[in-house]
Design a protein around this ligand. Structure first.
Ligand SMILES: [Zn+2]
Ligand SMILES: [Zn+2]
Length: 176
C-alpha cells in the first residue's frame, strides 16, 4: 500500500515536471528552432569567411613574401575567428606602401645631400655664398669688387649691383 503511494507520487511528480521538459523538447524539435539554428550557422559561416577575407586583404598590403602571405591567409581561415585575432597580434606593423614611401624619402634625402655643393679639393660641404673653402682655404669664387657679393664664374656682370665683372683674362690683357 505504501509502495503504491510512493509510485503514485513519483509518477505524479514526473508528470508535473514533464511539462517544461516537453516544452523544450518540442521547441528543439520545432521548425522555429531549425530556422534559428540555420540562420545562426549561416551568419557564423559568413562572418568566418569575411574575417578570412579581411586577413587576406590586410596581409596583402603588409606582407611581401608569398609564403608568409599564404601562411597568414591559412591562419585567417583556421582556426575560425581565433586565427584572424592571432594574425592581428603578429602582423607587420606597417603597410608595404608606407615602407616603400619612407625608403623613397630616405633615398631622395641622400640624393639631395649628394647634390649639395662640395669643395672640389677636399669635398667639404660648402654654401653658394662661400668665397673660399673654410676647411682647406681653396679659393672658390671671386667677390664683386663693389658690393663684395660672391660671383659665379660665368657671370659677366654682378647681378646685385650691375658692376661689370673683371675676368682674369681681361686683367691679363690690361696688364699685357
Ligand atoms: Zn676645401
Ligand atoms: Zn656687386
Amino acid at each position: 500500500m505504501i509502495r503504491a503511494h510512493i509510485l503514485l507520487a513519483q509518477t505524479t511528480t514526473t508528470e508535473d515536471e514533464g511539462d517544461p521538459l516537453d516544452f523544450f523538447r518540442d521547441f528543439f524539435d520545432s521548425e522555429v528552432w531549425l530556422v534559428i539554428r540555420n540562420v545562426t550557422l549561416f551568419f557564423l559561416v559568413v562572418f568566418w569567411l569575411a574575417s578570412a577575407y579581411w586577413v587576406y586583404k590586410d596581409a596583402r598590403r603588409r606582407i611581401e613574401d608569398p609564403w608568409l602571405l599564404a601562411m597568414a591567409v591559412a591562419l585567417g581561415i583556421f582556426p575560425p575567428f581565433v586565427g584572424p585575432l592571432l594574425y592581428m597580434f603578429f602582423r607587420p606593423p606597417e603597410y608595404l606602401e608606407d615602407v616603400r614611401e619612407r625608403e623613397l624619402e630616405i633615398k631622395a634625402m641622400e640624393e639631395s645631400l649628394d647634390t649639395a655643393e662640395r669643395c672640389p679639393v677636399c669635398r667639404a660641404a660648402i654654401e653658394p655664398s662661400f668665397l673660399a673653402c673654410p676647411v682647406c682655404t681653396t679659393k672658390l669664387k671671386e667677390a664683386c669688387r663693389r658690393c663684395k657679393q660672391p660671383l659665379e664664374p660665368l657671370w659677366q656682370i654682378c647681378p646685385f649691383c650691375e658692376t661689370p665683372v673683371e675676368s682674369p683674362r681681361a686683367v691679363e690683357n690690361l696688364s699685357g
